[in-house]
Design a protein around this ligand. Structure first.
Ligand code: 5AD
Ligand code: SF4
Length: 443
């Protein structure tokens, strides 16, 4: 509870970055609701503004610096306003924030959310900036229930941290060591989400499939979640290729409610670069596993992450990335220019690539991916996909938008079905990343 004379009655919370942050923000919402605070979307009405931050690339941080400038203006009008920076950037930039943005009252790392009410009280008493960025080897927020915001998909965090240390990535430094929650606590949380009306469960972790609790593997956890009545669809993100194995793929293929979709982050198609990235696989193995995924789960949706302009990446290395993309043909890709991050090994490399070359390579890669997405989506025309209706189409109130099992968005005209229904839809057209279809009534 906050101290009795506290002026803090309401708060706003902005979230940036990955789904893990979305899930963490739901935990924070749960903690703040428990102490009686009301959430508001209107910053002008908030007595406290928190921003849950991302440090993965420099751009993500820039956006947050600019938001903090806006919050500072509000604080000048309302001196009791508490400004809090939560998550990865708090971990990464605490000294910089303390020095250059003294109006930030609370700096809270990703393992310290339960301390938020205590720190708010301390700030109100001591009137200075309060920092808690201690990383934990154990914190998995097992006993805290998130306050979920929407009614289709529930994010369920199953493990935290990362021990892989890819040489470009700040995550092992901002989120600390890997640790997993017990199967029982995850199953309890999923049951609760189903009781609240959620039909899709997305299991989350920085390295989701290196999940290990006592003797339970990720594949075993998937089976346990799949057995829960009312779980229509299960997805997970983000895996590391090293932990995708045949056992896991066979478990996925064996259950109807585990989605036919794998995010399979390639990062590069050059063995030299993969080695310098410390990715622990070769392009040959990656290609073999991509084929294996599609062999065990025909029509599986396959997405990836690719970085261009990693230090030392030559034209030839980049050509190899395009070549591997051409061989595998991902359904979709998240593409990034390499961004040097503090603490990481790659930041120390002296052969950084010029920004103009990064941009050129990124454009080329995006163009190629668009071709692949369109080609694979066009192949779906005339097929029947099972679509979970998620919302009204942004462009037309006569249309629904939903996702296929393999994670493509489909737009189709409304008939008698409703949000949360899974309906058969005949695909009639593909435009870029979107499929258009016709609901099969009575099918
Ligand atoms: N620069 C660019 N992209 C990065 N990613 C992680 N770190 C960096 C970085 N320093 C990308 C990777 C990862 C995704 C979540 O973000 O592709 O898979
Ligand atoms: Fe970062 Fe690599 Fe860990 Fe993913 S596996 S969070 S890219 S260090």
């Amino acid at each position: 509870m906050l101290q009795s004379n506290s002026k803090i009655k309401s708060y706003a919370l902005e979230t940036y970055g990955c789904q893990m942050n979305v899930a963490d923000s739901e935990l924070v919402d749960g903690i703040l609701k428990d102490i009686g605070l009301k959430k508001t979307e209107d910053l002008n009405n908030a007595d406290a503004i928190f921003v849950n931050t991302c440090a993965i690339r420099e751009n993500a941080e820039k956006k947050i610096h600019s938001r903090l400038g806006n919050f500072y203006k509000l604080k000048q009008e309302k001196p009791h306003l508490i400004i809090g920076v939560l998550g990865c950037m708090a971990q990464n930039l605490k000294n910089d924030l303390l020095k250059n943005k003294p109006y930030v009252d609370i700096i809270l790392g990703p393992d310290s959310y339960r301390n938020l009410p205590k720190l708010m009280n301390r700030h109100m008493m001591e009137k200075n900036s309060i920092v808690d960025t201690k990383l934990s080897r154990y914190e998995v927020y097992e006993d805290l229930f998130p306050k979920r915001n929407e009614g289709i998909n529930a994010w369920v965090s199953i493990m935290r941290g990362c021990d892989k240390f890819c040489s470009f990535c700040i995550v092992p430094f901002t989120r600390g060591r890997e640790r997993s929650r017990s199967v029982e606590s995850i199953v309890t949380e999923v049951r609760k989400a189903v009781d609240q009306g959620f039909v899709e469960i997305t299991l989350l972790g920085q390295n989701v499939n290196s999940y290990k609790h006592e003797n339970n593997s990720f594949a075993e956890l998937l089976l346990a979640v799949s057995d829960i009545n009312g779980v229509e669809r299960i997805r997970y993100t983000s895996p590391h290729p090293q932990d995708i194995n045949v056992e896991l793929l066979e478990v996925m293929a064996s259950r109807k409610n585990i989605c036919n979709y794998v995010h399979f982050p390639m990062q590069s198609g050059s063995n030299d670069i993969l080695k310098r990235m410390n990715r622990t696989y070769t392009k040959e193995h990656f290609h073999y596993m991509a084929d294996k995924i599609r062999e065990i789960m025909p029509n599986c949706g396959l997405s990836t992450d690719i970085i261009v302009g990693f230090p030392g990446e030559t034209d030839k290395d980049f050509e190899e990335t395009l070549d591997l993309m051409n061989k595998i043909k991902f359904n979709s890709a998240f593409t990034f220019k390499y961004s040097p991050r503090p603490y990481t090994k790659a930041e120390q490399f002296t052969d950084q690539v010029d920004e103009s070359i990064k941009k050129k390579r990124l454009d080329e890669l995006i163009t190629l991916q668009k071709e692949h997405t369109l080609e694979l989506n066009s192949k779906k025309i005339d097929s029947i996909e099972h679509v979970l209706i998620e919302k009204e189409s942004k462009k037309s109130s006569n249309h629904w938008a939903g996702r296929t099992d393999s994670n493509e968005w489909v737009i189709f005209e409304k008939k008698s079905s409703n949000i949360k229904d899974i309906v058969p839809v005949e695909i009639v057209n593909a435009t870029g990343v979107i499929l258009h279809g016709k609901e099969m009534v009575g099918a």
